[in-house]
Design a protein. Structure first.
Length: 216
């Protein structure tokens, strides 16, 4: 059932001559006149927060598993030094969060041209981050450090691949919004939710990178 804010309801009252048409239930969010009902931004935000909680629990479970494995008696855990390229990818992640904030600023001020450039720049930085991760894996491979070499390496690959898939989803969303910009019904809502997700994967990466440095 579509949820209608008070402001939207007032707009409908004016549009339909003083009466609000009843919602047609079960049709995916359309009013009686066939016009689509807009889902309020808070619904998307709530859904995104639930998704964040699920992803956070997944990564925390992996962190807990690695800590337990490391502390087991007779464990064959050998600390590994993260590839040096990860310092660069971490910097890219931080910069990309600033660029997405900048893009949102220009959108709110009505400067659509600058918004598009900064929004696209964020997506490109995301691609650079992913390329950096691939370089890091190649550095390990060249050094003869493979996934089965040691449990610490195995966990490293699992962490970075899982995060990379999360970030790849964000890159796709950024490019989709950039490409469909003129056809997105509520650009402010779309960019707000996408920016929330982008900040989440950035903070998640910084947490993981710190764990790599401290935990080995």
């Amino acid at each position: 059932m579509p949820v209608i804010s008070e402001i939207e309801e007032q707009e409908l009252v004016v549009r339909h001559g003083g009466t609000v048409p009843p919602a047609r239930f079960g049709d995916g969010g359309y009013f009686g006149d066939g016009s689509p009902a807009r889902t309020p931004q808070r619904a998307y935000t709530t859904g995104m927060l639930v998704g964040f909680a699920g992803s956070s629990m997944f990564f925390l479970a992996l962190v807990s598993a690695s800590v337990v494995h490391r502390g087991m008696p007779g464990s064959d855990w050998m600390p590994m030094r993260p590839p040096s390229i990860l310092w660069l990818t971490s910097t890219i992640a931080i910069v990309s969060s600033f660029t997405v904030i900048r893009a949102r600023h220009f959108l709110k001020s009505g400067q659509e041209g600058r918004f598009s450039r900064w929004w696209t720049a964020t997506a490109l930085l995301g691609l650079c981050f992913l390329c950096g991760q691939v370089v890091g894996w190649r550095q390990l491979y060249s050094a003869g450090i493979y996934m089965k070499s040691n449990p610490s390496v195995s966990f490293f690959y699992v962490f970075t691949v899982a995060h990379g898939l999360h970030l790849l989803g964000g890159v796709v969303a950024l490019f989709w919004i950039s490409y469909r910009e003129s056809r997105v019904t509520s650009l402010d809502t779309a960019t707000s939710v996408a920016a929330m997700y982008w900040h989440f994967v950035t903070v998640l990466w910084l947490f993981l990178f710190s764990f790599f440095l401290i935990g080995g």
